[in-house]
Design a protein around this ligand. Structure first.
Ligand code: ACM
Ligand code: ZN
Length: 517
């Protein structure tokens, strides 16, 4: 068996099943789009024609709806020369086809297609199986995002979190504030670690997703059972927007889109009513584009230095009788949470942006363990959580810092009380792109971590991951993608490589892999 993620139940049965020219396929009209995908996969792998039939008795491949199957679940049975697929919804049917793609190795040209008989029963443990792509620090457009969606869907990942606004770039078309797509969507240089040093390279970088591109991407993702969750990060990580509209920060003095990485003290002013209008207008346009039930409001890394020194922020603090500026952030987020709730959205925030008084409906995306907030504490306190612990699930770090096995070994429910396990919505890997300046680097850092992420997020991690991964790597080869084929050999941290990554060459691992050194 060579499937990633490991299915819930797999049993081998005597005999084998061959797909040949005598194979007819039967499928209810409603799900034919999935059966047709399977037919296309077969035809591109082997030179046989699989035809549809209306008579179930003459079919060798049978797709049938089975009401007792749960959402996203499916069964596959190969026995006595019949392949039967059962599911109750489009997602389950889609996933069954993805399992067959891997089971028969359909990504590769073959002389014959056959496989040992087996019985598969499958159902995900977690509903949120996500990946964050930061398109701000370096912009990646629709084509790369579509490739990522394809790869995600093959391993049953279902949430693409797009980080659309940050200090270094604003990446979504907003009609009401056109400067967000001129001034805020490009910068004059970027911090690099190269040639043995860290410096700002004065080279323009920019781009943004147009509304038409997003609408197309959302449909493309939905066809692959992937939901796209937008993130507009507030009140911090807002320098790019403030460079165009400095009237919405406390000092009125942000002049350019940030070239360096790290954390800026310039954040949205929480005491100025017009800031709230500005954000609401952006949320209107962005939420119209993304049908997802979730909307991410960021909230991370928002230093309060400017608020402490701002007359309007101080006045707002005392008007609202708040204890401190963290509570003012909680108030600000609550204003927008309520606004988004009125549009049917559930808000997600990074865990460091939440306080004890943050509304209980806000989902905590836990990246940073804190004294009063980590995945376990948040879930046990009754809050819904998404696990993105940076030690395990940050894919921008080099493999020398976060080896594949650290991702694979992550246990999303460890320490969570049984009664609160349902609060763990799932797991999300994060690919921040400060030092990811090419799609080669993007795929090198992502693959095969995406497979480990899927194994953890689907929930039935099994010991023979390495053997199963070989098949995924064959697929990456066939697609001509760059990936870290040696990722499994890295068993622990390599401090020498980390030091070089930080001080001399941020692309050290990719360059070694490509033999550039
Ligand atoms: C984060 O890494 N600042 C969420
Ligand atoms: Zn202010």
């Amino acid at each position: 068996m060579n499937i990633i993620p490991q299915p819930k139940k797999f049993e081998k049965i005597c005999g084998s099943f061959k797909i040949d020219g005598d194979c007819f396929i039967f499928c209810d009209e409603q799900f034919k789009v999935q059966a047709e995908r399977l037919v296309r996969m077969i035809e591109s792998s082997v030179n046989v024609n699989v035809e549809f039939t209306d008579e179930i008795d003459s079919a060798k491949i049978i797709f049938s709806k089975y009401e007792e199957c749960g959402k996203e679940d499916y069964f596959v049975m190969l026995s006595q020369d019949i392949l039967t697929v059962k599911f109750s919804d489009m997602t389950g049917c889609f996933y069954a086809v993805e399992t067959l793609r891997q089971l028969f190795g359909l990504d590769k040209k073959r002389e014959i297609i056959s496989c040992d008989n087996c019985y598969i029963e499958d159902s995900p443990k977690f509903s949120h199986r996500g990946l964050l792509i930061d398109v701000c620090r370096h912009f990646y457009g629709s084509d790369v995002l579509k490739q990522i969606i394809d790869l995600m869907s093959q391993v049953k990942l279902n949430k693409l979190h797009l980080h659309l606004s940050d200090d270094q770039g604003f990446r979504v078309q907003i009609d009401k504030y056109p400067l967000l797509n001129t001034v805020s969507s490009s910068r004059d240089g970027s911090e690099v670690v190269r040639n043995g040093k860290r410096y700002v390279e004065e080279l323009p970088h920019g781009g943004f997703l147009t509304k038409d591109e997003i609408r197309e991407l959302v449909v493309y993702a939905a066809e692959r059972q992937v939901d796209i969750i937008p993130e507009i990060d507030i009140p911090g990580h807002s320098v790019a927007a403030l460079a165009a509209y400095p009237e919405f920060c406390c000092t009125g003095q942000v002049t350019e889109v940030r070239k360096q990485w790290g954390i800026s003290k310039d954040i949205l002013c929480a005491g100025n009513d017009s800031t709230y209008d500005f954000v609401r207008d952006i949320l209107d346009e962005v939420s119209d584009l993304f049908p997802s039930e979730y909307f991410h409001l960021g909230g991370d890394e928002a230093p309060k230095d400017r608020w402490c020194n701002c007359k309007l922020c101080r006045e707002r603090l005392s008007e609202l009788q708040l204890q401190n500026f963290d509570e003012l952030q909680t108030h600000m987020v609550e204003v927008f949470r309520k606004y988004l709730e009125s549009k049917g959205k559930t808000v997600i925030c990074w865990n460091d942006g939440l306080t004890a008084s943050s509304d209980k409906e806000i989902v905590s995306q836990v990246w940073k363990p804190l004294a009063d907030s980590d995945g376990v504490k948040d879930a046990n306190s009754g809050r819904k959580v998404i696990m993105s612990q940076h030690f395990n699930l940050y894919f921008d770090y080099p493999y020398a810092m976060t080896p594949l096995c650290k991702t694979l070994r992550f246990k999303p429910l460890k320490g969570v009380n049984k009664a609160n396990c349902q609060n763990v919505l799932g797991v999300e890997g994060c690919l921040w792109t400060e030092y990811v300046d090419s799609s080669d680097k993007l795929f090198f850092n992502l693959l095969p971590r995406l497979d480990a992420l899927a194994e953890v997020a689907w929930g039935y991690r099994s010991k023979n991951f390495a053997k199963r991964l070989k098949n995924r790597m064959e697929t990456y080869d066939n697609l001509g993608l760059i990936y870290n084929g040696k990722a499994l050999n890295i068993k622990k941290r390599k401090f020498g490589v980390i030091k070089k990554y930080l001080n001399k060459d941020a692309n050290i691992e990719l360059n070694v892999y490509l033999n550039r050194q």
